[in-house]
Design a protein around this ligand. Structure first.
Ligand code: FAD
Length: 302
């Protein structure tokens, strides 16, 4: 590790890189073990240099967005974690937004509002980055990223850049083609429409109020843990199974919204992973419904 550290400090000297950094400092659940290396590139070229360095030195890498849809196991992540938080420009030209992948989706929706652009209101409370939202085809209140998405520039593991259009992204419910590729989304273009500022603002405020009334935003969580199973509502299944409020270590199935697992008392990622498995097995046994996680579980066990 020391040898790699020296090499990195020599080769990637422009980039901030933290070593053995606890990812619980970044995840929305406030759980998760350390990353061997955690980098914060500022430009596309820095991202490319990191990926090429990893390739030359046989170091595994992974990109994280705002870590709002992730559980990082307690053993953490070996190799290089790349976070794009410092690549966060939003540019507006006419009715198009060109946005760096590290920009916060919420900030992007406010930029749309500031320019009287409608279409992005649905995303105004989703706490991810633009890259993570594109990767997940994030959505809420009848809107999805695919509705406003035009294209994304990605970086491949070979160091080449590529542009993917809406059609090539193969979007479906919480799915995009990026989930089947090893790549990094760098910058996305969204096509919106001219709208009325007051109307856009009203809709955003309405959705914020709805979120605040229905979601346990006062606790750390990763949002909805499970995808909506065909023909059912996850929260209702969990309630009907008598699981709502169940505590597992420091984690709890939220009393406010049964689809959320909240960190109420120093939960570990293991608490989360075990509670998720428990919910899945009870729901399968009682209702024959297979719950698939929306949250992505990554990293190593302790
Ligand atoms: P991360 O959690 O960091 O990563 C998710 C996945 O995306 C990982 O596999 C990661 O490797 C990949 N990824 C991230 N960035 C990139 C990139 N640049 N290139 C390639 N891959 C990348 N989601 C909804 O859809 N609707 C909601 O209403 C919603 N509400 C939420 C409410 C709360 C309180 C919380 C905590 C979460 C909520 N979420 C919701 C979940 C989450 O915010 C979204 O899934 C979001 O899109 C994830 O973005 P992120 O940047 O945090 O991604």
């Amino acid at each position: 590790m020391n040898k790699i550290k020296e090499k990195i400090q020599l080769k990637l000297k422009e980039t901030t890189i933290l070593f053995d950094e606890p990812l619980m400092n970044f995840t929305f659940t406030k759980t998760g073990g350390p990353a061997d290396m955690l980098s914060f590139p500022k430009t596309k070229e820095e991202v490319r240099q990191i990926v090429l360095f990893c390739r030359e030195n046989d170091i595994p890498w992974i990109v994280l967005g705002n870590a709002s849809n992730l559980i990082v196991r307690d053993g953490g992540i070996r190799g290089m974690v790349i976070m794009l938080a410092e690549m966060n420009q939003v540019n507006v030209a006419g009715d198009k937004l060109t946005v760096d992948a590290g920009a916060k989706l919420i900030d992007t929706t406010y930029e749309a509002l500031a320019n009287d652009l409608a279409g992005f209101e649905f995303a105004s409370g989703i706490p991810g980055s633009v890259g993570g939202a594109v990767f997940m085809n994030a959505g809420a209140y009848d809107g999805e990223i695919k509705d406003v998405f035009e294209s994304v520039e990605i970086l491949l593991p070979t160091g080449e850049f590529q542009l993917l259009t809406n059609e090539e992204m193969n979007f479906s419910y919480r799915h995009s083609a990026l989930q089947n590729m090893k790549c990094i989304a760098l910058q996305a273009v969204f096509a919106l429409t001219k709208g009325d500022t007051q109307q856009i603002k009203r809709r955003m405020d309405e959705l914020t109020e709805l979120r605040q009334s229905k979601q346990p935003l006062e606790y750390p969580s990763c949002g909805s843990v499970f995808k909506r199973p065909e023909g059912h509502f996850t929260g209702k299944l969990i309630q009907d199974a008598g699981l709502q409020g169940l505590k597992w270590g420091g984690a709890q199935i939220s009393e406010k919204h049964a689809g959320f697992i909240v960190n109420i008392d120093g939960a570990t990622a293991t608490d989360y992973v075990e509670l998720i498995a428990h919910i899945q097995s009870v729901i399968l046994e009682q209702f024959g419904v297979k719950l698939e996680t929306e949250v992505r579980i990554i990293g190593e066990e302790k």
